[in-house]
Design a protein around this ligand. Structure first.
Ligand SMILES: [Zn+2]
Length: 112
């Protein structure tokens, strides 16, 4: 988790890998376009060695449209390129703002 400065929360932790669509929905306030968010886990391997899991937050609409899965495994550059073809652009958001956004909009989180 990185650190950033939030106008509302001051120095704060960042939740990375949130789709830009969600960030826009959050920053525009009252649109309420997104009701469901899917958590997509990307497991990163270096050959046989497991490195880490990257959690990505994607709107359910985008998830369904691309026919995405809840879990992907990346072991080489080719795997990454395949995912990048359909994966939405992501950005980071203040963790406290993200939490408030989910609670205040009563957004459902889906994952495996
Ligand atoms: Zn904040």
């Amino acid at each position: 988790m990185g650190l950033a400065f939030c106008k509302k929360h001051g120095e704060t932790g960042i939740t990375p890998n949130i789709s830009v669509e969600i960030c826009e929905d959050q920053s525009k306030g009252s649109l309420g376009k997104i009701q469901d968010i899917c958590i997509v886990n990307i497991k990163i391997f270096d050959g046989d060695e497991y490195l880490y899991t990257q959690e990505n937050y994607i709107s359910k609409a985008a998830f369904d449209e691309a026919g995405m899965n809840f879990e992907y495994i990346i072991t080489c550059e080719e795997d990454e390129e395949k995912i990048n073809v359909f994966f939405p652009e992501t950005s980071g958001m203040c963790s406290a703002c993200f939490k408030e956004y989910i609670i205040s909009r009563n957004i459902k989180l889906h994952g495996c």
